[in-house]
Design a protein around this ligand. Sequence first.
Ligand SMILES: *[C@@H]1O[C@H](CO)[C@@H](O)[C@H](O)[C@H]1NC(C)=O
Length: 142
Amino acid sequence: MFARVYLATFVAVSAYLACASPLLKARDPVCGRTYTVVPGDTCDAISVAQNVSTYQLAVNNPTVNAACDNLFIDQVLCLGIEGQDCSTVRLVVEGDSCGAILSDAGITLDVLRANNPNVDEGCTNIYPGEVLCTATTPVYVV
Ligand SMILES: *[C@@H]1O[C@H](CO)[C@@H](O)[C@H](O)[C@H]1NC(C)=O
């Protein structure tokens, strides 16, 4: 009896997964966190206040230009896509170094770069005011 129930469950679950996984992969990204722009906002200020990296805010909002000077009041921004949302972040401050950031977060440069693909190979292009994702595992599906 147990074996039969177990087998039936196994078959049902396997069939479900076989059918569901292509659908799940094809599903459109769902925004899990949003933010409404208020007067005086800047991308970096939003990133700091909302715990979202500079990279993630930019990639989730392709209509915002690189200089981030086309935000408008009441614009609804997507902060994080469900399942790919990094909210473990660190603001880069004056005098910060990549080594200090890696050491404080306990992560390697590879993980930092996986979560902040805008950071160059030598980690030489970080700047004060930038917000980095410092999660300890890669957050984005590649
Ligand atoms: C951002 O993270 C800090 C530190 O974990 C937390 O205290 C704060 O409430 C967070 N803010 C938001 C808007 O999630």
